[in-house]
Design a protein around this ligand. Structure first.
Ligand code: SAM
Length: 336
């Protein structure tokens, strides 16, 4: 409990390695209507029960406190965030909070066609959409039965509604061919979407992710260079992607390399899962369970102090390379 003599609560979150935490990935659900094998194994059923989900009041309170501690960027994610009911209402509440000046969304876009307008009106402007292939059958194989057309419809609608930028995230696997990259690339080029390639991390079906399907993006870049004149890009997004531009166009391609060239030294984020667990690192188990504290009536000052203390224990880096067979947590349960 803070008394009049206790020191004032600091206004920013800095970890022991001097990294300023200004970004929260907020998982609004661990459920997903797809089963991408690198994220959520087929047949997985061990989801959080609704009683353990943070409700909208609790989420709003935690994000408000983060805002008071200097966090200004929030990305809603999951699981698939659009399966959580009334997401636009939550988005409006978060985007109205003082200090939060950037609210974005990561989605698989399968349910976006119907919700795009309401989400835009709620204050979200930037979206990231997962899309690993333009081939229907391959899409169904990767996603455990998903329908590619739903994603394309969602993307089309998002563009009409006015989201900008729209970034397409493509997780690259050993089985992905040059032809696959090119199809997604040409589609993004035609639609003015930014394309980002991502290296697969060991956060999905054991044996069918990093250890089995990992390929360095250096290889991907070299293959692309045979077809396109890639020059260093200028795009910056406050994130880990390194951008290259196709010479003569303003089309930029991002490369996100958590495995071959990790970027932990510039990590500026923490993750809040649907059950109110604050994860300090994507690849480590260090965490603080906020839900019991919130439900036991913790004050805002105490909550701030608890978050500051947790951030003071943020690990230096993940160890995906050192422990390749180990899945610390599934991506869908963490909030990707
Ligand atoms: N359902 C939403 C979506 O599809 O974007 C949000 C959650 S998803 C976990 C967020 C991002 O994490 C997606 O771009 C997805 O491709 C990526 N992702 C999931 N598992 C991954 C893994 N094992 N390695 C690298 N990226 C992964």
């Amino acid at each position: 409990m803070k008394t009049d003599n206790s020191p004032p609560i600091r206004k920013e979150l800095v970890d022991p390695f001097g990294r300023k935490i200004e970004y929260v990935r907020l998982s609004v659900t661990d459920k997903c209507n797809l089963r991408c094998f690198y994220c959520l194994p087929k047949g997985f059923k061990d989801f959080e029960t609704p009683d353990n989900w943070l409700n909208f009041d609790e989420i709003e309170r935690v994000i408000k406190v983060f805002g008071e501690l200097g966090v200004n960027r929030i990305r809603m994610t999951g699981g698939e965030p659009l399966v959580r009911k009334n997401l636009p209402e939550l988005a409006s509440r978060i985007s109205s909070l003082p200090g939060i000046d950037d609210l974005s969304l990561s989605t698989n876009a399968t349910l976006l066609d119907l919700q795009a307008e309401a989400l835009y009106e709620s204050g979200i402007r930037r979206i990231n959409v997962s899309l690993d292939t333009m081939h229907e059958e391959q899409f169904a194989d990767i996603t455990g039965g998903g329908k590619l057309q739903e994603v394309l419809d969602g993307l089309k609608r998002s563009k009409e509604v006015g989201f900008k930028p729209i970034k397409v995230n493509m997780v690259v696997m050993k089985d992905t061919s040059l032809d696959d990259y090119q199809h997604v690339l040409e589609y993004c080029l035609e639609n003015d979407f930014t394309l980002r390639f991502i290296e697969t991390m060991p956060m999905g079906t054991p044996g069918r992710d990093a250890s089995d399907q990992y390929i360095s993006l250096e290889t991907v870049k070299n293959r692309l260079k045979e077809q396109y004149d890639l020059v260093p890009g200028i795009m910056t997004g406050g994130g880990p992607a390194k951008y290259y531009r196709i010479n003569g166009t303003d089309f930029e391609i991002g490369f996100i390399t958590p495995i071959s060239q990790h970027f932990c030294e510039s990590c500026n984020r923490v993750r809040l899962s649907v059950d109110g667990t604050l994860y300090l690192c994507l690849g480590q188990d260090d965490k603080l369970e906020l839900r019991p504290l919130l439900r036991a009536g913790i004050s805002d000052d105490e909550l701030k102090q608890a978050i500051i203390d947790a951030v003071s224990k943020k690990p230096e880096r993940h160890e995906f390379n050192e422990k390749p067979g180990q899945v610390v947590r599934l991506m869908a349960l963490t909030g990707g």
